[in-house]
Write a protein that binds this ligand. Structure first.
Ligand code: ZN
Length: 240
C-alpha cells in the first residue's frame, strides 16, 4: 500500500491541492489533525478530505472550531483565527469535525495529532518527550503532527535519536520504534514555506518526504479578504 501522510493543513486549500497533485495516486490518505484553523477555507478543505476518503484524527484547532476545547488556551492570533473558524464553518463541517477520533490505529501505526500521550496539546519536539511517549502506544510506530516540522524520533539501542528529513529524504522502518512527523501542509514552521508531504510504502516499509511549492499569495489574499490576523498571513511566506 502507498499511503499519503499529511498534517496541519489548517484550512489552506491551495496548499492541500498542490500536495495532492504532487504526491500522485495513493491507496489511502492519513491526516494527523488540524484540518482547520489559521487558514481561509475550512469548509472547502473538509469537503476535499471527504471526497478522497481521508482517514483523519482530531487536532486542537479542530476541537476549538467546534467548541470542544476553550480558545482561551490559544495565543491571540490563533484565538482570533479559531473564533473566525467557529463562526464560519457550516453544519456539515462541524458534524464531520465532531466525529473525528483523537487517536486511531492503522496496522503498525498509531495516529495522533499532538502526541500519543496527549493528542490535543502535547508537542513531540524533543528526545525526552519522544522517549516518554513510547509507553503510550502499543504499535511499533506512531505518526503525529502539531509541531509543523518534519521529524522522526527513533529509539536506537542506547538512546532516542532525532532525524530531520529534508526534501526527498527517505527512511526505512525496522524493528526500532519511531515517532514520525510528516511536517505541516498549510503552515510549515521549519523555515521552508513549501508544503510538506510524506509517503509511506508499506511493502518496502519506506517513508519519503517531499516539499511542494504552492501559490502562497493566493492563500494570503483569501486570508486578508476574510480579515484573519496579518501576522498569520505574513508567516506563510517565511515558513515560520
Ligand atoms: Zn497545527
Amino acid at each position: 500500500m502507498r499511503i499519503t501522510c499529511l498534517t496541519d493543513i489548517h484550512a489552506n486549500l491551495p496548499a492541500l491541492d498542490a500536495v495532492l497533485a504532487a504526491v500522485g495516486t495513493a491507496d489511502a490518505v492519513w491526516v494527523l489533525g488540524d484540518v482547520v484553523g489559521y487558514g481561509p477555507d475550512p469548509d472547502a478543505v473538509v469537503e476535499r478530505l471527504r471526497e478522497i476518503g481521508a482517514v483523519v484524527v482530531r487536532g486542537n484547532h479542530d476541537a476549538a472550531a467546534i467548541g470542544a476545547i476553550p480558545v482561551t488556551d490559544f495565543n491571540a492570533d490563533a484565538r482570533a483565527a479559531a473564533e473566525w473558524t467557529a463562526r464560519t464553518i457550516g453544519a456539515e463541517t462541524r458534524a464531520w469535525l465532531a466525529a473525528l477520533p483523537e487517536t486511531r490505529v492503522e496496522g503498525d501505526f498509531t495516529l495522533a495529532h499532538g502526541s500519543p500521550r496527549d493528542p490535543t496539546w502535547e508537542y513531540v519536539h524533543g528526545r525526552w518527550v519522544a522517549e516518554e511517549n513510547l509507553a503510550h502506544f502499543s504499535t511499533p510506530y506512531a505518526i503525529v503532527g502539531h509541531t509543523h516540522v518534519p521529524c522522526v524520533f527513533r529509539r536506537d539501542s542506547a538512546e532516542m535519536v532525532e532525524i530531520l528529513p529534508g526534501d526527498g529524504a527517505r527512511l526505512t522502518l525496522d524493528a526500532r520504534r519511531c515517532i514520525i512527523n510528516p511536517g505541516g501542509v498549510g503552515q510549515p514552521r521549519d523555515g521552508d514555506p513549501r508544503a510538506c508531504a510524506m509517503t509511506l510504502e508499506t511493502e518496502t516499509r519506506t517513508l519519503t518526504w517531499q516539499r511542494i511549492a504552492y501559490p502562497i499569495a493566493e492563500t494570503q489574499e483569501r486570508m486578508r479578504a476574510a480579515g484573519l490576523p496579518s501576522r498569520l498571513v505574513a508567516r506563510l511566506a517565511y515558513g515560520q
